[in-house]
Design a protein around this ligand. Structure first.
Ligand SMILES: Nc1nc(=O)c2c([nH]1)NC[C@@H]1CN(c3ccc(C(=O)N[C@@H](CCC(=O)O)C(=O)O)cc3)C=[N+]21
Length: 295
């Protein structure tokens, strides 16, 4: 069996086009564009690339982009001050503080300081709790993007066996909650799971979010399963360059899976599309408008 390759780039382009339409309509009715503020602390080149591509995608969707760059010597107090300013700025609907932060800054304090109504990452405990209890929330972009691809691929996932590998607050936990919300039977596996290969062999749906290059092997994959690879690992190549690989052995797994996301071009582009989606949703809610339809 050769798996269908799930085209995350194409799905993301569709979402972004719909978001652009919604943003234009929002601007017509309110007289201002939805706005996203990104905050980058320090000089990590990979982070700088992500933040730049988010800014570009934001402008392309007809939204205002406010980009803040702070030196890596920034204190927690200084960063909290900027967050406070962005919380009060009516033109800012979404605030994204790029993680990881330098060691002198406690990320959980910064996240807790973001206005939950502007928390387009969905990382604030208020949004995490709302997602966990089934209330309206802003949902973390990566798992939301994964769910979008799964529903596009499978339609209903009710009753399916889903195995999420990884239990982070950013991907694994919210992914499990979203899958429960769709009535899947959900197992969360992690570094202490016994006999991980056998656990994964049960899965109709595998979501791999561990951050270990090609850890999930092809003989763990149940024939016909849908595989969502969240990993983005840069590994060195023989010509002393590097390439991106996921958490799944893509070549092997794509001979057994029914459908699989590639890296790059799978989940990554969906993360950015969902960030834009969350920003227009936050803008509508803040403006007292009902949620936009179709995203
Ligand atoms: N507060 C916060 N929110 C985030 O959402 C967040 C963050 N911090 N810190 C860093 C991670 C990483 N992240 C990615 C988003 C898109 C791609 C993406 O589009 N990747 C492309 C290409 C990658 C490449 O070529 O380098 C792909 O997978 O096809 C990757 C990684 C968001 N993050």
């Amino acid at each position: 069996m050769t798996a269908k390759i799930i085209d995350g780039k194409a799905a993301a382009a569709e979402v972004r086009a719909r978001v652009a339409g919604i943003a234009a309509e929002f601007a017509r009715t309110t007289g201002r564009q939805p706005g996203l503020a990104t905050v980058l602390v320090g000089e990590d080149p990979a982070s700088a690339v992500y933040v730049r591509s988010k800014g570009k995608a934001t402008s392309e969707a007809g939204m205002a982009s406010f980009s803040h760059k702070l030196p890596d010597t920034t204190s927690e107090t200084e960063l909290l001050h900027l967050v406070d300013q962005l919380n009060r700025d009516d033109n800012v609907d979404g605030i994204l503080v790029q993680l990881p932060l330098p060691p002198q800054i406690d990320a959980s304090r910064v996240i807790a300081a973001i206005d939950p109504a502007k928390d387009v990452d969905g990382f604030h405990p208020m949004n995490a709790g709302r997602l966990a209890t089934g209330l309206e929330a802003l949902v973390p972009c990566t798992p939301y993007g994964c769910l979008y691809l799964l529903k596009q691929e499978l339609g209903s996932i009710a009753g399916k066996e889903a195995v999420v590998i990884g239990r982070s607050n950013i991907v694994g936990k919210p992914m499990a909650l979203l899958l429960i919300g769709e009535s899947a039977t959900v197992t969360v596996a992690h570094s202490r799971t016994r006999d991980l290969p056998d656990v994964v062999r049960r899965a109709d749906i595998v979501v791999a979010a561990v951050g270990r290059p090609e850890m999930v092997k092809s003989d763990w994959i149940k024939p016909g399963a849908t595989v969502i690879d969240v990993g983005i690992n840069r590994v060195p190549t023989e010509d002393s360059k590097s390439r991106l690989v996921g958490d799944v052995d893509f070549a092997g797994a794509s001979e057994r899976a029914g459908a699989i996301t590639p890296v790059p071009g799978g989940v990554g582009p969906m993360t950015i599309a969902m960030l834009l989606r969350n920003t227009v949703v936050a803008a509508h809610r803040r403006a007292g408008l009902s949620d936009p339809k179709g995203v």
